[in-house]
Design a protein around this ligand. Structure first.
Ligand SMILES: CC(C)(COP(=O)(O)OP(=O)(O)OC[C@H]1O[C@@H](n2cnc3c(N)ncnc32)[C@H](O)[C@@H]1OP(=O)(O)O)[C@@H](O)C(=O)NCCC(=O)NCCS
Length: 181
């Protein structure tokens, strides 16, 4: 396992340990994490179950991209179990000065202050590693918790693709928000 880079105090008294994704992180556990979000029909882009083979491929891609300095993924663990991830990916080619962030937590670890603190850390590290011109993210219009958290952390909506994504059988807008400097 990678050495922890930070600790986040949760509102229930527990502590989350944050580290970069490492080869040693269990592919099976990562797979369970994403598939629980898929099963819940969480408002994220992933919409169908991920096989273990696909998960391994994804993990290898994440690690290779990290090595090349193109992306990073933070893993949050509570009591040794993966409860959240937050990542940053630098856009490619002529858009390389823009960095896209993402975050998702396991259902049982929400509303404990972890999301806000984890995203703040992701922003701080993105600024340090990529020195980006823009830090942005995408959010579904039905995702009030995330939208409100992003606003609170200084993101502002700058684009909206109307009725773009199917979420629980309905078309919802895909909103893009940019961090204000
Ligand atoms: C969005 C998410 C990361 C928020 O993380 P969290 O740990 O629950 O958020 P926090 O406890 O740190 O709360 C931070 C702020 O977010 C907002 N928020 C979080 N949950 C909320 C909810 N259920 N309703 C309204 N606002 C909410 C609030 O503004 C909150 O500030 P407050 O506590 O002062 O009211 C988490 O709900 C999650 O992983 N959801 C499922 C996956 C997902 O939607 N990912 C984002 C895709 S764009």
């Amino acid at each position: 396992m990678e050495k922890p880079i930070a600790y986040i105090q949760l509102k229930d008294g527990r502590e989350a340990e944050i580290s970069f994704l490492s080869k040693k992180d269990s592919t099976r556990e990562l797979n369970r994490f994403i598939n629980a979000l898929v099963k819940e029909e969480a408002p994220i882009i992933a919409g169908s179950r991920v096989s273990l083979k696909e998960e391994q491929k994804w993990k290898d891609k994440e690690l290779a991209g990290f090595k090349r300095g193109e992306r990073f993924l933070l893993i949050a663990k509570v009591d040794g179990k993966i409860v959240g991830t937050s990542g940053a990916i630098r856009d490619r080619g002529k858009s390389k000065e823009n960095v896209c962030l993402g975050i998702a937590l396991a259902e049982k670890c929400r509303r404990l202050g972890l999301g806000g603190e984890l995203l703040k850390l992701c922003i701080k590290l993105s600024k340090k590693f990529f020195k980006p011109r823009n830090i942005y993210l995408g959010v579904l219009s039905c995702n009030k918790p995330a939208y409100s958290m992003y606003k609170k952390l200084g993101f502002k909506e700058f684009a909206r693709f109307p009725k773009w994504i199917i979420q629980k059988g309905n078309y919802v807008d895909h909103i893009y928000m940019k961090l204000q400097k």
